[in-house]
Design a protein around this ligand. Sequence first.
Ligand code: FES
Length: 154
Amino acid sequence: MGKKEFEKVGKTSDIPPGEASCYTVGETLIGIYNVAGEFFAINDLCPHMGASLSAGHLEGESVSCPWHAWRFCVRDGTWLDNRKLSVDTYEVKIDGENLLVATEPNPKEDIVPNDKGRGAQGGENECGENECGENECGENECGENEGDNNNRQA
Ligand code: FES
């Protein structure tokens, strides 16, 4: 593997705490999030239907997709309803006031699911409260697969 390269995308002051911005790096859209002064970068395309995740609502380290409210951890890229799936994460560097992001994603780590194969925060609490009730999550995400999500689409 070659040396990791970074691209300057903006200034830290461009993204206030609790907010995000999307940048084009090469051919990839990368969303950068400011979580209480710490910056995280993930691929901006929602793996569901391609919405811009950075346009969603950021709460702590969790961003909700603006289209159907799938939630992703901006720190490690995991989909909070099924931590076996994730979006790419990118290393962020601060150089003075400049914000730089790696041009290549971090290597995917093996994400160890919890005992039920769902994230510790996944399952009933995530979906029951704000995912399934109002959107398609009830049909194809949460309704039939509590404890059995083997038939989920990749
Ligand atoms: S496009 Fe993101 S949840 Fe549907």
